[in-house]
Design a protein around this ligand. Structure first.
Ligand code: NOJ
Length: 525
């Protein structure tokens, strides 16, 4: 345990700042709001918060379009608010991670305004500019992840620029050393302010094919998928040169001591784990999103854990993510009862867990009326399930009309706060919030859950079972992944934590029938 870094021992909690807590009453969450809720987070038992972007932005993609990398958007507060937040968090023993969005800036960033001003501008090559095709069409067939061509025609300078996402999010040219230097200065700016690490946005997209070759057609494409799935992203993602950039980011972080670099990377496991770096010099953790998309069956999850564990390089530290601001919430994906099982799974697996705000109270996706949709992904490609507003609705602090989130008009509708809110679950010993608190506290007090090996990962029928071992301590975890009882064989021991009332402390040995949707952690004799 003593040789592990804080981010290996800790649990990360993602805050989507617009939706966590609004202090100034404008209906959008802010830094002062997050600061006011730090005690709640410390009591919950997490170790670090990751803040989605808080920088000046026209908000075309709600902060993932940055117009100044080294400041705070007034909607969230000021740099002093940020400094106060970091200071208070550190006093409470919480680390602070910020979002780093190096792939693209806003089209309103001064760098891009310069770049677009003329072909001769010194910043022209900071972005990806190409001549149109001879017929006047886009330079190649590359598609945007927000629909349509990834090329935007700029009439004044007579060329097109590339955008992986919205036209308001031009991609930077990471083959230009000046861009690398400017972005390194951004990392240092925030490190100097005391941040403990970064989550790097779309890390696997930073470098594109130097020859701008067309992407091949995806033979498996089905029309209900996002448009860019019509192509294999052969030339627009996961290019070998990206690893040089990752190494350089890592060097910068390491020069500040124990900081953490996390990459947002959606790739199959064999490619994903390469981002750890061939000598452990890549990101500390490439986010492992498999639980978000996995078929929720014991055999599938058992298989996925085993495959992931086997694929990890020797130096690599695993991690697991249950939800984020880009995907439907876990409680909506698998239902309220299984969300409790997911909590136990996340917090007993080997590797750093990342929670998404509200998952600890079992918040479900909000319902968004068509006229209230704010997400540009949904507005540009309606009806293909791209909409991300449902998982971004305000945190439900209490059962009141505005859920204790704001005194103003919330920027997104409030979800079903009566069904899930902090205030009512606070006092209930079997609420999902109480379960999260117990699991987080067990993870803190039981080194085997952090530093222990994982083994015997098996599906016993529809019950997932595995063991975590450290020295003479052996913990057995059993998770019933269906809403019918499940018979298992268990080693002899004592139940140290159960998802349901009345099982804690029981001695068990041999045959055991778990209730529907029940999970247990057993300390083996
Ligand atoms: C990934 C972020 O998580 C997502 O919210 C955003 O739209 C894209 N990157 C573009 O920055």
């Amino acid at each position: 345990m003593t040789t592990l870094a804080w981010w290996q021992k800790g649990v990360i909690y993602q805050v989507y700042p617009r939706s966590f807590q609004d202090e100034n009453g404008d209906g959008v969450g802010d830094l002062a709001g997050i600061a006011a809720r730090l005690e709640y987070l410390a009591t919950l038992g997490i170790d670090a918060i990751w803040l989605s972007p808080i920088y000046p932005s026209p908000m075309a993609d709600f902060g993932y379009d940055i117009s100044d990398y080294c400041a705070i958007d007034p909607v969230f507060g000021t740099l002093s608010d940020f400094d106060r937040l970091v200071e208070r968090a550190h006093v409470l023993g919480l680390r602070v991670l910020v979002d780093f969005v190096p792939d693209h800036s806003s089209d309103q960033h001064p760098w891009f305004l310069d770049s677009r001003a003329s072909r001769a501008n010194a910043k022209r090559d900071w972005y990806l500019w190409r001549d149109p095709a001879p017929d006047g069409g886009p330079p190649n067939n590359w598609l945007s992840r927000m629909g349509g061509s990834a090329w935007e025609w700029d009439p004044s300078s007579g060329q097109c620029y590339y955008h992986s996402f919205l036209p308001q999010q031009p991609d930077l040219n990471w083959r230009n050393p000046e861009v690398c230097e400017a972005m390194d200065a951004v990392l240092r700016f925030w490190l100097d302010r005391g941040v403990d690490g970064f989550r790097v946005d779309v890390l696997w997209l930073l470098i594109k094919d130097a020859l701008f070759r067309d992407n091949p057609t995806n033979p498996q494409f089905s029309p209900d998928e996002p448009g860019h799935h019509a192509q294999l992203q052969t030339h627009t993602e996961d290019q070998p040169e990206v690893h040089n950039i990752v190494r350089s980011m890592r060097r910068t972080l390491d020069s500040y001591g124990e900081r953490v670099l996390i990459g947002e990377i959606y790739l199959p496991v064999p490619q994903l784990v390469r981002y750890y770096g061939s000598a452990g010099d890549g990101v500390n953790m490439p986010f492992n999103f498999q639980l978000i998309t996995a078929r929720w069956t014991a055999s599938n999850i058992a298989q996925l854990i085993t495959t992931y564990e086997r694929a990890l390089p020797v130096h690599a530290w695993p991690n697991w993510v249950l939800g984020n601001h880009d995907n439907p919430r876990v409680a909506s994906r698998i239902g309220a009862a299984q969300a409790r099982i997911a909590a136990m799974l996340l917090l007993t697996l080997r590797g750093t867990p990342t929670l998404y705000y509200g998952d600890e109270i079992g918040m479900a996706d909000g319902k968004i009326q068509p006229e209230l949709v704010r997400d540009p992904a949904e507005l540009r490609q309606p009806g293909i399930g791209q909409g991300r507003d449902p998982e971004r609705t305000p945190m439900q602090w209490d059962a009141s009309g505005k859920a204790g989130f704001t005194r103003g008009k919330p920027w997104l509708p409030i979800g079903n706060a009566a069904a899930a809110n902090v205030a009512s679950q606070d006092g209930e010993s079997w609420s999902i919030l109480a379960l999260y608190r117990r699991l987080l506290s067990l993870r803190r007090s039981e080194p085997a859950l952090v530093a222990g090996s994982i083994g015997n990962v098996t599906a016993q029928g529809h019950v997932l079972t595995f063991e975590r071992c450290l020295g003479s301590v052996r913990l057995f975890v059993a998770l019933n992944m269906e809403d019918r009882p499940g018979a298992i064989t268990s080693p002899a021991g004592r139940v140290v934590l159960s998802t349901r009332e009345g099982r804690d402390g029981h001695r068990i040995a041999g045959e055991l029938i778990l209730d529907s949707d029940e999970g247990i952690v057993v300390a083996c004799d």
